[in-house]
Design a protein around this ligand. Structure first.
Ligand SMILES: Cc1cc2nc3c(=O)[nH]c(=O)nc-3n(C[C@H](O)[C@H](O)[C@H](O)COP(=O)(O)O)c2cc1C
Length: 178
């Protein structure tokens, strides 16, 4: 697939089929993710592929945490089960604010690589965020240091959903030649 087409046509997809995704394809996406640009070569990205048992366990933990908010638990549960693959991505901090910021930026670039690689391989994705992923409980559960920054939860799978009509403001409106 042509890079330019992939950049333009990749789209967020929310509905996935039950079809499982071959481990090799997930690994291929991750292998391409780490080719993102990265100042000082800190390689700050950390990936957590959540197995089904882990997702079940997370829903249980969340149900205890948010006893009073059944809707939140239900929605979270639905999202966790919405795709056959779920990858949480965190960025490690640097030794000062600037490096932490650079690390976060590099990890975002890695996420975009992952999305484009998935698209090229015939997989659909959506990048989601949510407060719960930032929580200490979550970080303890997956085993990442407390000061790591949550960057995204990537849901991935096969889908025949036609993406919603996508639009963008023209670059010309947001670009100044100074
Ligand atoms: C940092 C980030 C967080 C996002 N979080 C969510 C989310 O929590 N829920 C959701 O439905 N989409 C989320 N999205 C996806 C955006 O809604 C989507 O990219 C946007 O609507 C543009 O559509 P496109 O990806 O098809 O171009 C997120 C995207 C980014 C970059």
């Amino acid at each position: 697939m042509n890079t330019l087409d992939a950049i333009r046509n990749r789209a967020s997809i929310k509905k996935f089929s039950q079809q499982s995704v071959e481990k090799e394809l997930i690994e291929q996406c991750l292998e391409l993710a780490v080719w993102a640009p990265n100042h000082r070569m800190t390689e700050p990205w950390r990936f957590f592929v959540l197995r089904e048992e882990s997702r079940e366990r997370l829903i249980e933990i969340m149900a205890t945490d948010f006893q009073s908010d059944r809707n939140a638990v239900e929605n979270f549960g639905k999202k966790l089960k919405s795709a056959p693959v779920m990858i949480l991505i965190y960025s490690l901090p640097g030794k000062n604010l600037l490096i932490t910021k650079e690390n976060y930026a590099a990890t975002c670039a890695a996420v975009q690589n992952l999305l484009l690689a998935a698209y090229d391989l015939g997989l659909s994705t959506i990048w989601r965020t949510g407060e719960y992923y930032e929580s200490l409980k979550m970080k303890e559960f997956i085993g990442i240091q407390e000061n790591a920054e949550f960057v995204g939860a990537i849901h991935m799978g096969y889908s025949d959903q036609i993406p919603d009509k996508r639009k963008r403001t023209s670059f010309a409106e947001v670009t100044n030649w100074v």
